[in-house]
Design a binder for this molecule. Sequence first.
Ligand code: SF4
Length: 720
Amino acid sequence: MTTTWATATATHCPYCALQCGMRLAPAAGPVPVEVRERADFPVNRGALCGKGQNAAALLAPGARLTTPLVRDVWDTKDGRGGRGELRAASWAEALDRAASGFAAVREEHGADAVGVFGGGGLTNEKAYQLGKFARIALRTATIDYNGRFCMSSAAAAGRIAFGVDRGLPFPLADIPRTDCLILVGANPAETMPPALRYFRELRENGGTLIVVDPRRTRTAEQADLHLQPVPGTDLALALGLLHLLIADRMVDVDFVAERTSGFEQARAAAMAHWPERVERITGVPVAQLREAARHFGRARTGMVLTARGPEQQSKGTDTVGAWINLCLASGKAGRLYSGYGCLTGQGNGQGGREHGQKADQLPGYRSIEDPAARAHVAAVWGVEPEDLPRSGRSAYELLDSLGAPGADGVRALLLMGSNPVVSAPRAARISRRLRSLDLLVVSDLVLSETAQLADVVLPSTQWAEETGTMTNLEGRVLLRRRATEPPDGVRSDLWVLRELAERLGAKGPGGEGGFDDDPETVFAELRRASAGGQADYAGISYERIAAEDGVFWPCPAEDHPGTPRLFLDAFATPDGRARFAPVSHRPAAEEPDTEYPVHLTTGRVLAQYQSGAQTRRVAELNAAAPGPFVELHPRLAARVGVAEGEPLAVVSRRGRVVAPARISDAIRPDTVFMPFHWAGPGRANTLTNPALDPTSKMPEFKVCAVRLEVLRLERTGEDA
Ligand code: SF4
């Protein structure tokens, strides 16, 4: 077959929140399409990283699930029951088993004993339908998603400060036009390489790039100034910079007076964080603090962008709030080429949090506790407001309650597009909780580590086989287009939800309250449900997205141009003013001590994506990043007596893992780093601390205390 690029399908990469534009053309062989760059898409301008270039590999039938799987269970005389192996089943058997299991648990334990766990990679249509399925087909409050582990602290801080959460309040194309940018706990050189060109262009234009990271990452190597704080101390660092802005009279007093509220409390907290104190807490020398404050304070325009570093902390909301304070005090928000933004991670991390798969939200970024919001969404769904459940528990709380006895226990779970066996904190415990369920139903395109524990596995279509919308990190709503037929035996998640809803006695397709499996029909309903909400999609259609290469929300009407830049006239708070956060430094939930003397921080590598369920199955990516490692400084390596490549045990209060040592002077001597993409003996999340941020309920992935042991024969992977 000759590849016909003239008729190729324009779509987007299945992985990260950059949602790079790409083209797919039919190809001969088991992989049915070929990937090419798409130079005219404005976000990535033709560039793709290795993940995107190799994305088609998983479309081959041999690389993914192509039939439903069911596990037989039986009673035994001792009452403990038995469980067989997963075996192939028909769709009818698998769906009947799932639906009857959900109904039985609901009957015996109540509606909230059936849980739903979604993912930040689901299209807007799927995320919307999953939230609706939970609320009106299962009638459960127990729904949340893995995006809670991703950017929820930034979302919470953004809503507090600005009244609305959109990852970036401006297009990426604005970045090269700002004078000074502080990138905090973000490593786009590895997580979204095509975005790096914006930071390079910023420097070529004479701007200053400051990177804050405990590691000298590939991104930090490109910075004018790299601040290398102790993990978990970014809040003190931001307070110290604000202190210097105030002390050196770099506060924009007119902006603070006219467009903000709450400065005095923030000022008082900052004044208690003088440079020498901040150096003691963070390890960042006073001279570097002064240099950073001078660059940012004196710049005419400036931006602060955060990612998981400051966000995945038990004080993540306050930490992001402190960085926002810095923007507000210096007048660098709500103005062209200035502002605070969050670099969202997952492909639809933005849209996934807007349309109802979060425990406390209804579509349109509405609060599920708001009577007006409940009335609006109930009318779209054809139910009474009082029929809608209230807020449920957050992601880790939900996972931690699986299989627990009593009223709080979740006994059955529908999990869609997530792999918590690898990605959840304290992962060995979460694996045990998943095993203790009466029924686990997993919809996925591969047999992930979590799917391997399931009673029912439903093989789902993937990006190139389906149409739907994704919202990238800029708030730009994009169209994912179907380019090839799925293999026989594979179905879309929308079809699965329709079938389950029918079996559970909810309305069938068509009309309000029904469960349709046509993406455009679901999107039309999503538009109505979101109308008038903060994330208003009412004016966005598939036709418009195609014609305009994406539409920025809010877009309340078809003749509305969309909103690439937020806050230029007013912030989205009731009085139009941005709010300073009254925050003060506090230590991480777990600090090093004599038993566990070293910090552990976790993150990603270039060739793998999130839990690795997909990228670990791609030969080219696996060759580039075949397994976990423990990165540590030469001085620390000498102290513990480990050489490059030798196995090193890392032990926390929650478990023990082993991975080869990778010795590098790019990391602080008091800290080790592990990537979290792998299961098995090197699973980083066996170690991580589920201490939750009180506002966002984000677990503290980014910092915990560990000890290192050089051992030749290891017992691994057990939860403490
Ligand atoms: S940067 Fe993200 S969206 Fe772009 S090709 Fe890589 S993984 Fe895909």
